[in-house]
Design a protein around this ligand. Structure first.
Ligand code: NAP
Length: 294
């Protein structure tokens, strides 16, 4: 209805404009004849200028042409309707731009929400679940028959192994079972000693005492490379969650009461091996071997 009314109003206006132009044309023709008669027949203004009626008609025709342009060009193409269409085009363009910006913002906020989600997931990971950057290493000296120790003590004395142990673990957390700690007898310098025991009353000055392997790993969560240093009970539990094994293999078999668990070749891949012969300080042949979890 609104559109119909607008069309009707427009048609009425256009008819009026054309009618006025037509009337102007008739007036121009009659006026031109009148001016001709005034100038040529009645000789009005002859002393002032000869054939002035030509200039008057030219001037008038100029105004009529302006009127014509106004009706058929300015009003037709650039009237209210033209203005409205131009506005509509501009509005449509702006709406498209706004839509694009909104989509971009939506994408950005979705991306942000996803990042926050992953950050939150990282934050609420179970305590035993470590960040990808952390690598847990089991470090041990193992005899040919997997022997680790006897009567809560080491069986052999291999200074090269002790030196390697010291340089590897310095600056890191060393996680051990209560028996191993008592076999060593004191916290090792320049390392954070973490002792695992089921005894809630157990306390050692200069060491962190925890009641499970998971708790020990949690305590060391800010260490990119914590070391599990034994003994047999702790190795057998921790080998399931370790990423790397740093093994000193002593090429000799010993009588022992604690043993290192089997290194399953389906799970572990040997990545380096250095063999050394016995010398005056190190009584047995030995190898430094590294395994990475497959
Ligand atoms: N060759 C090597 O490289 C090497 C390295 C380390 C040790 N060793 C040898 O290994 C021997 C010691 O090993 P081990 O097997 O007898 O003892 P261990 O593994 O050092 O310690 C065992 C103790 O740890 C605690 N424990 C174990 N699992 C636990 C858990 N899930 N939750 C809480 N507490 C837990 C218990 O303490 P509580 O009884 O207090 O509850 C348990 O008695 C010694 O002979 C030592 O010399 C050898």
């Amino acid at each position: 209805m609104q559109e119909q009314h607008e069309l009707y109003e427009n048609a009425r206006k256009r008819t009026k404009q054309k009618k006025r132009l037509y009337f102007h044309f008739v007036l121009f023709i009659v006026g031109s004849v009148f001016l001709f008669v005034l100038n040529r027949v009645l000789k009005v203004g002859e002393g002032f200028m000869e054939d002035w009626f030509v200039w008057a008609i030219l001037l008038w025709s100029f105004f009529w042409i302006l009127h014509f342009i106004n009706v058929f060009i300015t009003q037709r193409f650039m009237g209210k309707e033209w203005e409205r269409k131009q506005t509509e085009k501009l509005v449509a363009k702006q709406e498209k731009k706004i839509e694009k910006i909104q989509k971009k913002l939506e994408r950005e906020s979705q991306h942000k929400a996803e990042s926050n989600f992953y950050l939150e997931q990282e934050r609420i990971k179970p305590k035993s679940n470590l960040s990808n950057k952390q690598s847990i290493t089991l470090i041990a000296a193992i005899a040919h028959n997997n022997a680790l120790g006897k009567d809560n003590d080491l069986i052999w004395h291999l200074p090269a192994d002790l030196k390697r142990f010291k340089s590897t673990t310095t600056g890191h957390h060393i996680i051990m079972g209560r028996n191993t700690y008592e076999s060593i007898g004191k916290p090792l310098p320049n390392r954070t000693s973490v002792i695992i025991t089921r005894n809630p009353e157990y306390k050692v000055e200069g060491c962190i005492v925890v009641n499970s392997l998971e708790e020990a790993i949690e305590v060391a969560k800010n260490d990119a490379s914590p070391y599990i240093i034994g003994g047999a009970q702790i190795y057998s539990q921790a080998i399931k969650i370790a990423d790397k094994l740093d093994i000193t293999e002593v090429h000799y078999s010993f009588d022992a009461d604690v043993f290192f668990p089997e290194i399953d070749s389906a799970v572990w891949k040997e990545t380096s091996r250095e063999k050394f012969s016995a010398d005056e300080k190190n009584k047995y042949d030995y190898s430094f071997i590294t395994y990475q979890k497959k």
